[in-house]
Design a protein around this ligand. Sequence first.
Ligand SMILES: NC(=O)C1=CN([C@@H]2O[C@H](COP(=O)(O)OP(=O)(O)OC[C@H]3O[C@@H](n4cnc5c(N)ncnc54)[C@H](O)[C@@H]3O)[C@@H](O)[C@H]2O)C=CC1
Ligand SMILES: CC(C)CC(=O)C(=O)O
Ligand SMILES: [Mg+2]
Length: 359
Amino acid sequence: MICKIASLPGDGIGAEIVPEAIKALQAVGRKYGHEFVFTEALIGGAALDAVGVPLPEETLRLCRESDAVLLGAIGGPKWDNLPVHLRPEAGSLLPLRKELGLYANLRPVVLYDALIDASTLKKEVIQGTDILVIRELTGGLYFGEKKREQTPTGQIAVDTLVYTTEEITRIARLAFETARKRKKKLCSVDKANVLESSRLWRETVTELAREYPDVELTHMYVDNCAMQLVRWPKQFDVIVTENTFGDILTDQASMISGSLGMLASASIGGKVALYEPSHGSAPDIAGQKKANPIATILSAALMLRYSFNLEKEAQDIEKAIVRVLDKGYRTADIMQEGGILVNTEEMGDRIAEEILEAK
Ligand SMILES: NC(=O)C1=CN([C@@H]2O[C@H](COP(=O)(O)OP(=O)(O)OC[C@H]3O[C@@H](n4cnc5c(N)ncnc54)[C@H](O)[C@@H]3O)[C@@H](O)[C@H]2O)C=CC1
Ligand SMILES: CC(C)CC(=O)C(=O)O
Ligand SMILES: [Mg+2]
């Protein structure tokens, strides 16, 4: 099988973690005779510095013409004070997701047994957690109209939170279908007690539930959900929520798995899907070889599963990660007593070796 993959390292630790995911994919390719062809392109601050725009036309074209996209992360303090269209977040990542039609962001929150003691949360609370958060990705606050105006007393800043019935139905249907293949439990998270967009969200999800009588649907306010995630995460199977809530809740939920560096993601819904870790460019550790590449490597496994239908190969990556963690290898963010501290590259090497060695 020949798979064309656009590789977009981006900024900060992006350039350190993407090569480790490529290593894992190449190991899978060698083992099974698949040919993964990587073409690298610029995005984010790196693109802005090199060619003057955060999302070059050439990068967009490459993504559209590829079978899948592997992204590191974008952004950093160097570009924070630019006009919004030039900033890596609003000027590259958001339009890329929109252009590719990636309305659903899947973030599995799974705790590996080996990391139970690496988490700061209580063992009995987190043990056995396996949640899939489905975040709406191309609507809501990040995409609504923004404006700034001067008033006699200061400024006024406006962000607009918009959702249509079609957008909610689309993501909710995916969530019901996904829940059907898991434990058949779906929790829809909103803030319907105050937000009109959330009222429409809740009405629409409730209406759609009639088509899925086998799925147990619950609704939860987002503030309660934030609390429940750390109180008793095992109550959740699939969570579906809007863009901003999903963004925040998943960073929080990542601590159940030990670190934000463990949280993968798949952005799907269009012809070409995009795979990236849930975290950002981590400027505080960039260039120090401290970044945990596992979230990106797990995202590569999701790519094999969702874009290429290579389930066994995806599981090989996931099992290799389990074995490496069981052997005690740890990057700094998941380090614990008795662990063997490794850097980004060494973690990637260990995982690639395990992929090749395992039957
Ligand atoms: N998808 C993307 O490209 C995203 C980009 N960003 C951008 O990234 C920049 C930094 O944002 P922050 O708020 O600091 O969030 P961040 O996710 O980059 O980092 C938050 C904290 O987690 C740690 N961390 C993140 N990934 C890690 C990894 N793989 N291994 C070990 N530790 C890790 C960082 O060191 C930091 O202490 C900003 O410019 C932001 O806009 C933020 C989130 C997502
Ligand atoms: C530009 C941001 C919306 C990126 C982010 O935080 C995310 O997608 O998790
Ligand atoms: Mg985020």
